[in-house]
Write a protein that binds this ligand. Structure first.
Ligand code: COA
Length: 385
């Protein structure tokens, strides 16, 4: 395999983008990325998108987006793994370059979720759960994660305050991110008294419905060294795993086995342990998800995610900063774009261009992008060289 570097990153401002279409936001992110890379070479395009069909009545994005990017005839693929579609797009683009199939591979993540009603969006998102055994019976994603939260509270004594602190921390980080959908701070009290969505989860425990896109350009380390536009950032590890789609088929719903396995695979490939990692962008689609994810990755012991968060371990100035971008909670969660945007933030941190939210000593970063309630997961490890 050839060594792979990231030479370009781009993303637009996320939120409710009424004046733009699905293709507009995908192309906008791609152009920002090419501008950042200082090259317009593209041998292949990989698009991460969960459900253009249900959100926009538009499939066949592997034709639509290259066409509007002015890259008609380019080999192009669309990949889907629910909310992990973006992470999967990065992995697929990595394989294009590592295998020698492409010298330059562009990964674009995109989702435009606000063009339909909230109820329709909830239905579309539920297609990432088990339709027969979960969604058909009325359970939604807030409902599934509420069950995980309740089980975690019973097993480990995790408290409402500990869950809320995830939102407080991520909104604080996101308040310094100009791309974020909700770039403002919230207090513990505001989270604890926000509208109840699915007990024990409240509005401010949830990631929002978001329109957004992000793009990343990959090439060989050799090519990246010739360009010299930015500090060299390489992808040194990738882990992919899958698990049961239905929560009821798991031995213990408080443990995200899929995250543990993807994390271990990525660390093994990078020849690292979790102690070597300086910071992480993780999939906080609900506050409980960040707690369960940092436990599954081994950042903290099982049951310690809540206390560690409340004690500030994962804060921007803590021992192990988590979600410096603001995470899905504050930055937003356009499902197919999220995994690509995690890479954008990690590269920005490694280049030391993250402004007020820059992490000191950021040399090795980890991204964790998850499908549904843990049915699939992609972990990446990025390093400066
Ligand atoms: N965090 C903070 N504020 C939020 C928010 C969130 N997650 N979601 C909505 N808001 C705000 C809106 O901006 C709006 O504010 P305003 O009145 O000042 O304009 C207000 O809350 C009401 O917004 P609305 O869109 O009517 O909310 P809703 O009740 O329809 O939806 C949720 C709220 C939590 C149900 C919805 O965001 C949701 O389903 N989130 C989960 C998405 C999901 O499951 N993703 C996949 C994960 S696996």
């Amino acid at each position: 395999m050839r060594e792979v570097a990231i030479i370009g990153i781009g993303m637009n401002k996320w939120g409710e983008l009424w004046e733009k279409s699905l293709r507009d936001i995908a192309v906008e992110a791609a152009l920002l990325c090419l501008d950042d890379a200082g090259t317009d070479k593209i041998d292949s395009i990989v698009i991460g998108n969960m459900s253009g069909g249900l959100f926009n009545g538009q499939e066949h994005l592997a034709s639509l987006i290259p066409d509007y990017l002015g890259r008609r005839y380019t080999p192009s693929t669309r990949v889907e793994s629910a909310c992990a579609s973006g992470g999967l797009a990065i992995r697929t683009a990595f394989l294009e370059v590592a295998s020698g199939m492409s010298d330059y591979a562009l990964a674009i993540g995109v989702e435009k979720m606000n063009d339909i009603s909230g109820g329709e969006a909830t239905y579309a998102l539920a297609s990432a759960a088990d339709r027969d055994y979960e969604a058909f019976h009325g359970v939604t994603f807030p409902g599934l994660y509420a069950m995980i939260a309740r089980a975690h509270m019973q097993k480990y004594g995790t408290t409402r305050e500990q869950l809320a602190q995830v939102a407080v921390k991520n909104h604080y980080n996101g308040s310094m991110n100009p791309h974020a959908q909700f770039p403002y701070q919230v207090t513990l009290e505001q989270v604890l008294t926000s509208t109840l969505v699915a007990d024990p989860l409240r509005l401010l425990d949830c990631s929002p419905i978001t329109d957004g896109a992000a793009a990343v350009l990959l090439t060989t380390v050799e090519n990246a060294k010739k360009l010299k536009n930015h500090p060299l950032v390489v992808i040194s590890g990738i882990g992919l795993a899958s698990d049961t789609i239905a929560l009821s088929h798991r031995e213990d719903i408080t443990k995200l086995k899929v995250v543990e396995l993807a994390g271990q695979r990525a660390l093994k490939m990078a020849n690292k342990t979790i102690k070597d990692i300086n910071f992480a962008e993780v999939h906080d689609c609900f506050t409980i998800a960040e707690i369960a994810v940092i436990e599954a990755l081994g950042i903290v012991e099982h049951g310690q995610g809540g206390p560690a968060t409340l004690a500030g371990k994962t804060a921007l100035n803590g021992d192990f900063p988590v979600n410096p971008s603001g995470g899905l909670k504050s930055k937003g969660h356009p499902v197919g774009a999220t995994g690509v945007a995690q890479i954008v933030e990690t590269v920005s941190q490694l280049r030391r261009t993250s402004g007020k939210r820059q992490i000191k000593n950021a040399k090795i970063g980890l991204t964790q992008n998850m499908g549904g309630s843990g049915g699939s997961c992609v972990v990446h490890i990025l390093e400066t060289k």
